[in-house]
Design a protein around this ligand. Structure first.
Ligand code: ADP
Length: 159
């Protein structure tokens, strides 16, 4: 049983994340989209909201499940018996950051392997950070969000 964990904040999930997971579905027996909880970080959307969106988006993918975790990603993987991490690469900044993290995870996670998928050109400009800025500025973020995702009313209308 090959399980991959796709860790992230998903604040909120974007079409870029969705594309990555759907492309990885044929590669693994099971993918766990895991929302990392970092008490030092402040989020635009609450944990339950982010997880609900993830569950809705992947409801049609029987091998994808949604979970959350605190602490080190490598320890979480070991707890659930996952030997693989899944991450996306949009550009060279992602690469520089992800390379170090994956090497550390390989050591802390005792051989935990990270699989990288290069973002498709149509998604490589999309990030949760940019989407949050658009929402906070009262813009329309729908082109970057999955169709099933309904923003709460206060985020729907320009401020
Ligand atoms: P984090 O806060 O840990 O960076 P994110 O939720 O922003 O988590 O992203 C999780 C993963 O999804 C990262 O590997 C990131 O590179 C990938 N990702 C984010 N946006 C895209 C995109 N548009 N295309 C491909 N991968 C993406």
């Amino acid at each position: 049983m090959h399980t991959a964990v796709f860790p992230g904040s998903f604040d909120p999930i974007t079409t870029g994340h969705v594309d990555l997971v759907r492309r990885a579905v044929p590669l693994f027996d099971r993918i766990v989209v895991a929302v990392g909880i970092n008490s030092q970080k402040s989020y635009l959307f609450g944990l339950e909201q982010r997880m609900q969106w993830l569950r809705e988006v992947f409801a049609d993918e029987p091998t994808v499940r949604v979970d959350s975790f605190e602490g080190l990603t490598a320890h979480y993987c070991s707890r659930i018996g996952a030997r693989y991490l899944l991450r996306g690469l949009r550009n060279s900044s992602d690469f520089d950051y992800e390379k170090t993290i994956s090497q550390l995870n390989g050591i802390v996670g005792d051989g935990l392997e990270t699989f990288f998928l290069i973002s498709q050109p149509t998604y490589s400009h999309i990030s949760s950070t940019i989407v949050r800025e658009i929402i906070k500025g009262g813009g329309d973020a729908r082109p970057f969000l999955p169709d099933t995702l309904q923003l709460p009313a206060r985020h729907d209308t320009p401020a």
